[in-house]
Design a protein around this ligand. Sequence first.
Ligand code: FAD
Length: 405
Amino acid sequence: HFDVIIVGAGHGGAQAAAALRQRGFAGTIAMIGEEPELPYERPPLSKEYLARDKPFERLLIRQPAFWTEKNVTMRLGERVEAVDPGARAIVLADGTPLGYGQLVWATGGHARRMTCDGADLVGLHSVRSRADVDRIMAELPSVTKVVVIGGGYIGLEAAAVLSKLGKAVTVLEAQDRVLARVAGPALSQFIEAEHRAHGVDVRLGVVVDCVLGEAHVTGVRLAGGEELAADLVIVGIGIVPAVQPLLAAGAEGVNGVAVDAECRTSLQDIFAIGDCALHANAYADDLPIRLESVQNATDMATTVAKVITGAAEPYDAVPWFWSNQYDIRLQTIGISAGHDAEVVRGDPATRSFSIVYLKQGRVVALDCLNATRDYVQGKALVVARATIAPEQLADHATPLKEMLA
Ligand code: FAD
């Protein structure tokens, strides 16, 4: 029995344990993670780690000694298969039950898989875990042609790294622009142009019919019949939240587990945080969403640590995110989904500019490209849901902080 069991040793799980100890929690804590590694940062997987600019040791969220010092029992390489809320226990894959006082579900999600023919061929990879990327890196020496399925952040970051490594890369996106789910058209167009300028073939509005090959992939066939040759296929089409054991135990939720402002699920003494937590986000008109970001995982973890240590505060953190592609550092604040206007601040040709998203005249989000000053100052505008005239926002010479009355 442990006072707190954390399921999932990723960004959220690591921060939950660290924040509990930081806040003086003296009870027993166990963290159970199905991956063999100590908690590590996932963002570099499609960036510096894939590029071999950072070794794995530098991805660790805390050094190994930290977990011993903080007396956190690590059970790695173990999977939680079931939850029994009545008995206040979780059940491991080998059938072992473990009792808990409070349970923190921080399982993120698993990479969504293709369902078409050829989806099981060798040479087809997701980019979710260290193991995925190690498999990709092991194959790279014999790879010349790469097809990336999915023009979201992860697919585009991988495309940028692989093209820099000299591979011929094609990105296939089903929508009529990349990043359609997370950004406005101006950003999509800029990013598409960057990839094309680096020799990446970005194909929009295309549907994959099947993956070709006997044992190993040899290509991808599109719905129109066109065949693209490939020695390596990367699939970046999103995640499926890892919540089946909780939903099976009766927790509310679809495509994630529903939580309230204190990250409590509908089951007693069971919290959920991070990528798997479906919550009403103040920056998305209180609509239920899942946010897949380090910010959301770590801030929700802190919220839970506060609740458990008797200092509850509702979760209302400002969403932020980043992505690196080539020499572009993109930083996002707020949630742009549902915006009805976008204002470009600065000249995209200078490769340093921002896009301000408005909803009913109020600032809801910014995408800042090589524009950290706007990112830092824009936060206050998003928090205030500031009403600022588009002409004023477009005036790049005036710092954003001077626009807040
Ligand atoms: P995770 O970090 O995914 O951790 C969950 C852990 O739980 C995993 O190890 C999983 O295997 C394990 N698990 C699942 N089910 C079970 C079970 N039943 N039993 C035991 N263990 C289980 N975010 C950003 O903000 N900026 C970025 O630039 C960025 N880039 C990214 C690049 C890549 C390639 C990826 C994959 C993600 C990126 N993200 C980025 C997203 C960010 O990494 C996630 O939002 C974050 O990891 C979520 O943390 P989490 O704790 O919810 O889940």
